[in-house]
Write a protein that binds this ligand. Structure first.
Ligand code: ADP
Ligand code: MG
Length: 249
């Protein structure tokens, strides 16, 4: 059972993750035995060159893809062996995902996009929490707009609110600022950090940006399908040095 989790509890636990795409001569080993743990209330950044397996890892941890072998537990529940229905239910309740390209539904208003995870689950938002969240992401006066009527930054704010609305056990974000200008990126990052501070949200974020990674409590460095280094809170300068030393450009 996934239950209440406190600080210091491991909400994500993965072991020996291997993901092979394709077969035979053209097979690609995207993950070569990755083990990771994420604690409740922590922001973890994942860095690594393009093609190193970051998205594959996020998708597998979030139950959007299955590993070739290995184990993933979310709040103590093994998800790699769950049937599709049970996995969908667990994801709905316990996992939020923020994509680089927002993935909003174009015909729904901002409000309905944010509420979608609850609507699908047949649940109503707690009004106080919903209003606070909308206020927090700065969308109070944009709720009736459709995605096409919003800027990139506003669309990503909608996506963040959608990921947070069901108060999931863990939120995964795959390059959430990869498609935004630097000023908007800074705002979105501050928002993600504040979800950790104010809601105790557990958050795992892929980023190429050392400045973004410097906001994390912990940084994992991925290269060629393996975790090659792990550090605690680090300055932008320290992160750039590690990337340089390990040749992770
Ligand atoms: P990253 O997010 O770090 O850029 P990915 O996880 O997307 O890396 O990809 C890791 C490796 O797996 C790359 O070599 C990529 O080409 C390959 N890969 C990713 N998705 C697929 C797929 N659906 N089919 C075949 N190969 C894939
Ligand atoms: Mg990627």
């Amino acid at each position: 059972m996934v239950g209440m989790v406190g600080i210091g509890t491991e909400v994500v636990q993965a072991e020996d993750l291997v993901r092979v795409y394709g077969a035979g001569d053209t097979a690609v080993q995207a993950l070569r035995g990755v083990g990771v743990q994420m604690e409740a209330g922590q922001l973890t950044a994942v860095m690594g060159p393009s093609g190193s397996g970051k998205s594959t890892l996020m998708h597998i941890l979030a139950g959007l893809d299955r590993p070739t072998s290995g184990s993933v537990q979310i709040g103590g529940t093994e998800i790699t062996t769950l049937g599709d229905d049970a996995l969908t239910k667990l994801r709905r309740r316990h996992i939020g995902f923020i994509f680089q390209f927002f993935n909003l539904l174009p015909m729904l208003t901002a409000r309905d996009n944010i509420l979608l995870p609850l609507t699908i689950a047949g649940e109503k938002p707690d009004p106080g929490y919903f209003e606070g969240l909308v206020e927090r992401v700065g969308l109070a006066d944009r709720l009736t707009h459709r995605p096409a009527e919003l800027s990139g930054g506003q669309q990503q704010r909608v996506a963040i609110a959608r990921a947070l609305v069901s108060r999931p056990t863990v939120v995964f974000a795959d390059e959430p600022t990869g498609n935004l200008d630097s000023r908007t990126s800074a705002e979105i990052l501050a928002l993600m950090r504040s979800s950790v501070e104010e809601y105790g949200q557990t958050l795992v974020m892929v980023t190429h940006d050392a400045k973004a990674a410097a906001m994390a409590d912990r940084i994992l460095y991925l290269a060629d399908g393996e975790i090659v280094k792990e550090t605690g809170r680090s300055s932008q300068h320290e992160i750039l040095q590690i990337i340089d030393t390990l040749d992770l450009q």
